[in-house]
Ligand binder design. Structure first.
Ligand SMILES: Nc1ncnc2c1ncn2[C@@H]1O[C@H](COP(=O)(O)OP(=O)(O)OP(=O)(O)O)[C@@H](O)[C@H]1O
Ligand SMILES: [Mg+2]
Length: 438
């Protein structure tokens, strides 16, 4: 772990927090009550973590050294530092607005605007640091600079930044999670209104897997997995490397043989069905590691995803994908290999969507992506979820996956060990210790 990784992780958390506040702002605008404890938790976190710790640390070390090494950085750093300086006052103003709104002195719509202004500032600040400052720091700072920065950021005894402080920040963050409105969980977005949970838990079971086993030669990779997914649910499957997550998805879509157990989909026993038939039924997978066809154009990659579909709907569906991912439209004629990692991930998801899934399987969609791209991919998943898509999400990024999932399953060496709602798993001690690094 180095300072840069740490800073990027902080940014990713803050970004998620900002997206959450945006979503709550939307709900307040639509008439939801102002939950003051939730906002207090968010503001406490920003005050203690961002304003008192993260920003001063950047000012004193990263920014100071960057100014020494690069004259061109000065203007950007000046404006970032002004934002650092003004942060606490802005937060105080916002706290007052929330109080005013909860006592009826300010309308929900007015508060929503204030909240959005604030998060827009926060996001643009993070974006500038991620896109301009950190890359510049990587190129111009000397080894000795990094040693100094890392020492400062990784000092476990530092009262502002060390282990004790980190524990407090975690507690604060966890408080936000537990106080966040249920419809949001952590990491909401403005992508759409989520269906309320109770409705979904009453929806019919769409997928039921019982006692699934699968082997590689003599090694049993899945040792009897049982799991169900209801219509409209987002279910997360998390677990360490080699737990069997990918094997599970591949067995489900029929490309990996199942040696025992059963799979029912929409009431039908599909245990012995060929994979292309399963795809026709609507089980479509975006595979691990993206696996787009590099030499083929983006358009042709999308067409491949629709090979089980009637021809006359393909062009229309492709336009829908292009609306969802405008960058793909821009580059539609180019080889897929020219896309960035994040864009290829969008393409892989788009290709799965071309099969008109009724159950979308996503295998580690955030793998290998920079924090802001991870956020973009998760925004897409949230948007699909808000439209009612049934999703089975496999992730190494357990926190993010559980935060948007209705329910989750923890997989350990071929067995499901813990299951519960996304929020339950996030607060589960065992899960936190093993997968969330907390
Ligand atoms: N092609 C293969 N041949 C033999 N063993 C395999 C093969 N693929 C996976 N395994 C083994 O099966 C087990 C489960 O692997 P799997 O890839 O399903 O795990 P995973 O949870 O997806 O891991 P990761 O987080 O690394 O993607 C592991 O022990 C792995 O070594
Ligand atoms: Mg895998």
């Amino acid at each position: 772990m180095d300072a840069l990784t740490l800073i990027s992780q902080d940014h990713s958390n803050l970004w998620r927090l900002a997206a959450t506040v945006d979503q709550v702002a939307g709900e307040i605008e639509a008439g939801a009550p102002v939950e003051q404890p939730f906002f207090n938790a968010v503001f406490d976190y920003i005050e203690q973590f961002v304003d008192r710790s993260h920003h001063p640390k950047e000012d004193d070390f990263l920014f100071r050294l960057l100014r020494l090494r690069s004259l061109e950085a000065n203007a950007v750093l000046d404006s970032l530092q002004i934002e650092h300086r003004d942060g606490p006052a802005k937060l105080t103003t916002l706290r007052n607005k929330v109080t005013q709104a909860s006592t009826g002195q300010l309308s929900g719509g007015q508060l929503a605007t204030e909240l959005r202004n604030y998060t827009a500032g926060l996001k643009s600040h993070i974006r500038t640091e991620e896109k301009d400052i950190l890359p510049l720091a990587r190129t111009v700072l000397l080894e000795a600079d990094w040693a100094e920065i890392n020492r400062a950021f990784l000092d476990n005894a530092d009262p502002l930044f060390g282990d004790k402080a980190k524990e407090e920040f975690r507690q604060l963050f966890h408080r936000i999670v537990s106080l966040a409105p249920e419809s949001v969980g952590l990491g909401g977005s403005s992508a759409g209104t989520l269906q309320p949970l109770p409705e979904r838990s009453k929806a019919e079971v769409q997928l039921r897997v019982e006692g699934m086993e699968s082997c590689y030669g003599r090694i049993k990779a899945l040792k009897g997995i049982s799991l169900e997914v209801r219509r409209g649910e987002t279910v997360a499957l998390v677990g360490a490397n080699g737990a069997g997550k990918t094997t599970f998805l591949r067995t489900l879509s029929g490309v990996q043989p199942m040696s025992a157990g059963s799979i029912h989909f929409k009431g039908q026993d599909i245990s012995k069905m060929r994979s292309d038939k399963r795809m026709r039924l609507g089980i479509c997978q975006s595979p691990e590691g993206r696996q787009v066809f590099g030499p083929l154009s983006i358009e042709d990659n999308l067409r491949l995803g629709a090979y089980t579909q009637p021809r006359d709907q393909v062009d229309g569906d492709m336009e829908k994908i292009f609306t969802m991912f405008p960058i793909l439209k821009e580059k539609r004629a180019l080889p897929a290999g020219t896309l960035s990692g994040g864009q290829q991930q969008m393409l892989a998801i788009g290709r799965a969507l071309m099969g008109r899934p009724t159950l979308l399987l996503l295998d580690e969609p955030s793998m290998g992506l920079a924090p802001l791209l991870v956020e973009e991919v998760f925004n897409v998943i949230r948007m699909l979820k808000s439209k009612g898509m049934t999703i089975l999400l496999v992730e190494q990024n357990a926190f993010a996956a559980l935060a948007i999932a209705d329910r989750g399953y923890v997989l350990e060496t071929g067995n499901v060990t813990i299951t519960g709602t996304g929020q339950e798993l996030i607060s589960n001690e065992q899960v936190r210790a093993a997968y969330l690094g907390m």
